[in-house]
Design a protein around this ligand. Structure first.
Ligand code: ADP
Ligand code: ADP
Length: 229
């Protein structure tokens, strides 16, 4: 479920400066495909087009054969989970933030998701536990803690499609490894598009697409790309 196809996708924010100049690749259902490339290459733009923050100007993006332009943004967001580089939490409780997107989830489901994201013990250690307020007027969580909350939210939502957009880029090396391990668990058997700027963080991807100057410069597994260096 959730097979994604990018076909000859072209996009420019400014018509005089095309960002994507004909990108075609598939993310087969249940597989993980990583898009890597230098900063400014248009990697995040690809994820924004899939999520319909913007629409493709030429070409198409389909999910299970259906053009995303024929799907409402609301229903797209129901099937796509996204972990961004810097998670911005709502000014509300930790429980609210984890439950967001699946408001009907029970407390025990929220706790199980927090457990799987390995942040449950931290939350239980807080005086107010899952009722602790976070965000601007509440508790200041570290970058890694915020990413774990975002991961717990994704585990609870269990979307068929997952976008990881530089989800570990803002973290120090040790935290990055811990969060990467949690993300590997979340993306297993789920159609996953990973955006990354370093090959070393996408070793487990089924395929890696290298985007440079708006086109796919190279593609292959991590082992294949390393061998060609
Ligand atoms: P990457 O994720 O590979 O770093 P992006 O997709 O974020 O690249 O951006 C690709 C290019 O598009 C960059 O040159 C960036 O400055 C430009 N860009 C990104 N977002 C916008 C926007 N909203 N308006 C205009 N230009 C943008
Ligand atoms: P690091 O060792 O710091 O993790 P990488 O070697 O993984 O960095 O990648 C650094 C940059 O070089 C990235 O932008 C990546 O896309 C690019 N790159 C690395 N190896 C290849 C390759 N075989 N083909 C194309 N681009 C590559």
């Amino acid at each position: 479920r959730g097979a994604i196809a990018f076909r000859n996708v072209r996009f420019a924010y400014d018509p005089a400066r095309p960002i994507l100049k004909g990108i075609s690749f598939d993310v087969p259902a249940g597989k993980t495909v990583a898009v890597v490339g230098p900063s400014g290459a248009g990697k995040s733009t690809l994820s924004r087009l899939l999520y319909r923050f913007y629409d493709v100007q030429e070409g198409s993006i389909t999910i299970d054969g259906q053009d995303v332009r024929d799907v409402t943004q609301k229903s797209l967001r129901a099937v796509i989970g996204m972990v961004p580089q810097d998670t911005v939490l709502f000014n509300d409780t930790i429980a609210y933030n984890i439950r967001y997107g699946r408001v009907e989830a029970s407390d025990s489901e929220v706790e199980a998701a927090a457990e799987a994201a390995q942040i449950a013990d931290f939350i239980r250690g807080l005086p107010e536990g899952f009722r602790a307020m976070v965000g601007e007027r509440g508790l200041k969580l570290s970058g890694g803690e915020k990413q774990r909350v975002a991961i717990a939210r994704t585990i609870l939502k269990a979307p068929p499609i997952l976008i990881l957009d530089e989800a570990t880029s803002a973290l120090d090396t040790k935290t990055e490894q811990e969060i990467q391990a949690a993300l590997d668990v979340v993306s297993r058997n789920r159609t996953t598009l990973v955006i990354a700027h370093r090959l070393s963080t996408v070793i487990h991807a089924d395929e890696i697409i290298v985007v440079k100057d708006g086109v796919i410069a190279e593609r292959g597994t991590h082992g294949e790309l390393i061998d060609r260096d």
